[in-house]
Design a binder for this molecule. Structure first.
Ligand SMILES: C[S@@+](CC[C@H](N)C(=O)[O-])C[C@H]1O[C@@H](n2cnc3c(N)ncnc32)[C@H](O)[C@@H]1O
Length: 223
C-alpha cells in the first residue's frame, strides 16, 4: 500500500484527482445521499479519512453533524486536523488515529472511501468491515468506494489512458499506477464484496457509482 506518510501525504490532495476518475463526483454523490437519509443531528464515522475530504464536504451540508475522522496515517490526519482548524470545524470532529476498536462509537452512518482496496483479503477486509459494523448503529448505512476487479479486459487500460488524457496524470504517474494495480491494490468482485458484507452483519451492497475501475456502494447494517 502507498505509505500515506511524509511527501506522499503532503502531495495527496494534488495527486488524488489525477488518479481517480470522478473523485469529486464520488464525494458529491455520497454527500447527497447522506443529506437525505440522516437526521439533523447525526454522527458520521469516516474510516480512512485521509486529509479530511469527506468531513469538509459533509460539514458544509449540515452544521449540526459531528464526525469521527479515523485513519492509520498520522501524517494524513495531521493535514486533516490543520484543514479542520482553518475551516473552524475542530469542535465537530473527533480525530481517531490507529485501527478502530470494536464498539467504541455508535455512528449513524459510516464512510470508507478509497480505503479497503489497500487491505488484503486474508482476513483483513473482513476485520475492517466487522470493526465498521460494530461502530455503526443497526440499520445505519456504510458508504464504501473501492477499486474493484475489472469488469472487462480493457477497463484498466482505459482507466490509465483517461487519467493521462483527461486528468493530467504524467507518464511516470501512469507507470506507478500500472504497477500499483498489480502490487498495492487488493480488489475484489461484487460477489466477494457481498459475501464479506454479509459476514460483517451487513445486507447486500447496492451500487451507486462506477467510473472505470472505481465503484461505490451503500451497504445497510442489519438490525
Ligand atoms: C486514498 S486515501 C483516501 C482518503 C479519503 N477517504 C479520500 O477519499 O480522499 C486512503 C486513506 O486510507 C488510509 N488507510 C489505509 N488503510 C487503512 C485502514 N486499514 N484503516 C484506516 N485507514 C486506512 C490511508 O492512510 C489513507 O489516508
Amino acid at each position: 500500500m502507498p505509505t500515506f506518510t511524509g511527501d506522499e501525504a503532503l502531495s495527496y490532495d494534488k495527486r488524488i484527482g489525477k488518479l481517480v476518475p470522478g473523485y469529486e463526483l464520488l464525494h458529491h454523490t455520497t454527500a447527497a445521499q447522506l443529506s437525505v437519509i440522516l437526521e439533523k443531528e447525526a454522527t458520521l464515522l469516516v474510516v480512512g479519512a485521509g486529509t479530511g475530504k469527506e468531513v469538509i464536504e459533509l460539514a458544509k451540508l449540515n452544521a449540526h453533524w459531528r464526525f469521527i475522522a479515523q485513519d492509520v496515517s498520522a501524517d494524513m490526519l495531521s493535514i486533516a486536523d490543520q484543514n479542520f482548524t482553518n475551516l473552524g470545524l475542530n469542535d465537530r470532529v473527533t480525530i481517531h488515529h490507529g485501527p478502530l476498536e470494536d464498539v467504541t462509537y455508535q455512528a449513524d452512518a459510516a464512510l470508507c472511501i478509497l480505503v479497503m482496496h489497500f487491505v488484503k483479503d486474508d482476513g483483513g477486509k473482513a476485520a475492517l468491515l466487522k470493526q465498521i459494523s460494530t461502530n455503526l448503529r443497526p440499520n445505519g448505512y456504510l458508504f464504501l468506494a473501492d477499486l474493484m476487479l475489472p469488469d472487462t479486459s480493457f477497463e484498466r487500460a482505459a482507466q490509465l489512458q483517461y487519467c493521462q488524457t483527461e486528468l493530467g496524470l504524467s507518464e511516470a504517474g501512469a507507470k506507478t499506477m500500472r504497477s500499483n494495480f498489480q502490487e498495492t491494490f487488493y480488489p475484489v468482485d461484487n460477489a466477494r464484496l457481498t459475501e464479506l458484507a454479509h459476514q460483517a452483519g451487513f445486507g447486500s451492497p447496492t451500487s451507486y457509482f462506477k467510473a472505470l475501475g472505481f465503484s461505490a456502494y451503500t451497504i445497510a447494517k442489519l438490525p
